[in-house]
Structure formats: C-alpha cells, structure tokens
Design a protein around this ligand. Structure first.
Ligand SMILES: Nc1ncnc2c1ncn2[C@@H]1O[C@H](COP(=O)(O)OP(=O)(O)OP(=O)(O)O)[C@@H](O)[C@H]1O
Length: 230
C-alpha cells in the first residue's frame, strides 16, 4: 500500500493555478525532499496533503485512505511554520501540550529534548527564541508523537551549522526507524546530505527524481528552473 498517493491534483488560488492535474506517490519509507522556487507551491502542497486546504479536483490518499477521513492523521505529523507557536509560552509548555493532547506520558518528551539539545532554552518564553531555536522546537513537537509519516515545512530554515548537524542526525534516525518524511527546503546541499530522492514542483506539476551519479539537487534545480550562473 502506498504511503502517500496523490492523483490528478488541481488547485488554484482564484485565477492562480498552483497544481494542474498532478499525480505522484511515495511507496517506500524514507526521506524525500520537496524543492521548488519561492511561491511554486511547497507549503500549499503540504496543506493540501494534510487537508488544511481542499483541491478543486483530485484525490489524496494516506496509507490507502482518503485524507478527508480524519483518523488517517493518526499516522501523520505536520511541522508547520513558526506562526503556530505561542510567544508567551515556553518550549516545554508546547511539548507538554502536545504530549497531553495525545495522552503521551510527559517523561517521553525527555529523549526528544535531549536529541535536539534543547534543554538550555526550553523553559524560556518562545518570544525570546531565535529562528533556529523555534525550528528545533517545531521539529520536537512533530517528533513527540511518533508518526509513520512526517510532513516537514522548511525544517532546515534558519539553522546554524551546529543545529543543522543535530537536525541531520534526527532526520537520519527518522529514516533508520522506518518512518517517512517529506521535507520542503531551499537548502539543497543539506537536503542532499540526507536524501537523493527529491520531488520538484515544475510547471504546476510534482515530479519525482532520484538523483544519482554525482548529480546534485542544485544542478537539477538549475536545469529545471533555468538558473544562470556567472
Ligand atoms: N492564502 C493565499 N491566498 C492567495 N494566494 C496564496 C495564498 N497562499 C499562497 N498563495 C499563493 O500560492 C502560491 C504558492 O505559495 P506557497 O506558499 O505554497 O509557495 P512555497 O513554494 O511554499 O513558497 P516559499 O518557498 O516562498 O515558502 C504563491 O504564488 C502564493 O502567492
């Protein structure tokens, strides 16, 4: 059974077509990049998969069931952008909230905090967090509830080299545990460190590429999107 199956997806914001009759699947666990220029539709696609937006036409199946069936989201975690965080709460408040709403013992969040090396700042209010601290908190929130499929919207955004290393190890452990993550990112070098499997959004379509033979995501990006280097 496919992990994710999208067929004949069409979605427009009023007259602006974002996806036109696009189909793709993920049928093996692992890490997958989602790459496209600004405004091409990465966040829109993740919102469509998680049923926060509804397509004009098409069908999205998660583990063989329509994404309009709410219980399929027992299999999915979604890291959205940091606008979902509450500035007047601490990181620990956020993680406790996620644990409590999913009836997970609070003790279970300790290993996630350790792995993402967040203990130094976890009790500060989010209003005092840097972008990278917020990114690590968002990732921790999506990991506390162990789900087979993670939708990660720009988890690498704003990370310093140390944070990148920590997040890379986390992504590698997601893969090692047989989970699946669809990871949108503009950081092509970092993405390629964890996966050679990339979905590109090209001409309102989602195209899968397995990059091999020294081909880099940056090379493919330049070819697909017409970047001219000096
Ligand atoms: N709420 C909205 N109303 C109207 N148009 C929208 C809305 N949200 C996004 N769009 C449009 O849909 C298109 C896709 O936006 P989206 O945010 O999905 O792109 P993205 O690939 O995630 O971009 P970025 O790399 O900049 O984060 C853009 O052209 C954007 O202007």
């Amino acid at each position: 059974m496919d992990i994710l199956s999208v067929s004949s997806l069409t979605f427009s914001w009023r007259k602006q077509v974002v996806f036109q009759n696009s189909s793709f699947t993920i049928n093996q666990p692992g890490l997958y990049g989602l790459v496209a220029p600004n405004g091409a539709g990465k966040t829109t696609l993740l919102n469509l998969i998680s049923n926060l937006l509804q397509p004009q036409t098409g069908e999205i199946l998660l583990y063989g069931q329509s994404n309009t069936t709410t219980h399929v989201f027992q299999n999915v975690a979604f890291l959205q952008d940091n606008s979902v965080l509450y500035p007047y709460l601490s990181g620990r408040d956020h993680l406790n909230f996620v644990a409590d709403t999913h009836s997970i013992p609070r003790a279970k969040i300790a290993s996630v905090i350790d792995n993402l090396e967040m203990s130094d700042y976890l009790d500060k209010h989010v209003s005092k967090y840097s972008l990278g601290m917020k990114q690590r908190l968002l990732l921790a929130m999506s990991l506390v509830v162990k789900r087979p499929l993670l939708l990660l919207d720009e988890p690498l955004n704003g990370l310093d080299p140390t944070s990148l290393m920590i997040v890379r190890e986390t992504l590698e452990s997601i893969k090692a545990e047989g989970q699946t993550a669809l990871i949108s990112s503009h950081n092509l070098d970092e993405l390629m460190r964890v996966t050679q499997d990339v979905f590109f959004i090209v001409n309102q379509d989602v195209q899968f590429e397995h990059l091999t033979n020294g081909q880099t995501a940056e090379d493919r990006y330049a070819t697909l999107f017409g970047v001219h280097r000096l």
